[in-house]
Ligand binder design. Structure first.
Ligand code: ATP
Ligand code: MG
Ligand code: MG
Length: 295
């Protein structure tokens, strides 16, 4: 169960509890202006937002309103990005965070894990807890797996490796929220989650499909998207009684591609080709929501 973040947001004179479905609690706080939030500044993410504000994708990401320095939850001085609060225009919203892409770590993180690949007992334990058949005979015998092996395997227990996205968290209008989707893997399981998420809000489904199609069309012509490897970024789905919308969020692991490198965002990833599978995820999201609408 997700904890409510300990702050209230004010928008159009209404106060509502802000909800955070991923990341560290301490990374977010209420903004100085109504309708804004503060996220701990990461220079890479800030650069992405600066570029995005001049890109065709601008309508599909939270407005970036600059950075500021203030005290964090430990009383230390810290820098924050000031962002549009995407929940601001909604009343008692339902929220879902889907992390997009066929992998959620950077090539360099995998390379680093490969440097001194020690056998890890803790990772072996985590592995057999989820799937006792996952380790090879050799790994069972050694009671250990290497970190790179674990990293690659972990993406296969959710829908990340196969569908190009996974559910990170859902909060429904009754206040119930869950982050318990680590092994939600099959198309059928996802469809069921989406059905539950939109239950009682049928108007949201066609709105989500339309918006996802607009996002897809815009990604295809975006200079930002052409020049970046988008890892660990999410699509945030928000609806209430009357409205539904989707935005791209979280660019802390989005990197500029090497100058000579071009990726398709649709081809399979093999170590070194930098493919992120972002479009695989967007296409599957459109497909699954379309199937939901036909039911
Ligand atoms: P992680 O890397 O673990 O995913 P993070 O610290 O980079 O987390 P984000 O993914 O950017 O943080 O955001 C975490 C959560 O906060 C999101 O799932 C969403 O619920 C909420 N959130 C983030 N940005 C916004 C926004 N602009 N408006 C409303 N909610 C937001
Ligand atoms: Mg995130
Ligand atoms: Mg992040």
């Amino acid at each position: 169960i997700v904890q409510w973040t300990p702050f209230f947001q004010t928008y159009k004179k209404q106060r509502y509890p802000w909800v955070q479905l991923a990341g560290h609690q301490g990374n977010f706080k209420a903004g100085p202006e109504p309708g804004t939030i503060l996220k701990k500044l990461c220079p890479k993410e800030q650069l992405c937002f600066q570029v995005l504000m001049k890109d065709v994708l601008r309508p599909y990401v939270p407005e970036y309103k600059g950075h500021l320095t203030c005290e964090d939850s430990d009383g230390e001085t810290a820098m924050y990005l000031q962002l549009q609060d995407l929940l601001g225009e909604f009343t008692n919203p339902c929220v879902m965070d889907c992390k997009v892409g066929v992998r959620t770590y950077l090539e360099e993180e995998l390379a680093k894990a490969k440097e001194k690949p020690k056998l890890r007992k803790d990772m072996y334990e985590k592995m057999i807890q989820i799937d006792p058949n996952a380790p090879t005979d050799e790994e069972h015998r050694l009671k250990g797996v290497t970190k790179p092996r674990y990293m690659v395997w972990r993406e296969t227990i959710s829908s990340t490796a196969t569908l190009g996205f996974r559910i990170e968290g859902i909060k429904k209008s009754d206040g119930k929220s869950s982050k318990d989707f680590k092994t939600t893997k099959t198309r059928e399981q996802i469809l069921e989650c989406f059905a539950d998420f939109t239950a009682g809000f049928p108007h949201a489904i066609p709105k989500y499909i339309q918006r996802l199609k607009a996002i897809k069309a815009t990604l295809e012509v975006s200079n930002f998207f052409t020049t970046h490897e988008v890892i660990g970024s999410s699509l945030l789905f928000v609806h209430d009684q009357t409205n539904a919308n989707v935005w791209l969020i979280d660019f802390a692991k989005t990197l500029v591609l090497p100058r000579e490198m071009q990726i398709t965002h649709s081809m399979s990833w093999v170590v070194g080709n930098h493919e992120d599978g972002y479009m695989i995820g967007v296409n599957n999201l459109i497909d699954i929501f379309s199937q939901l609408m036909e039911q």
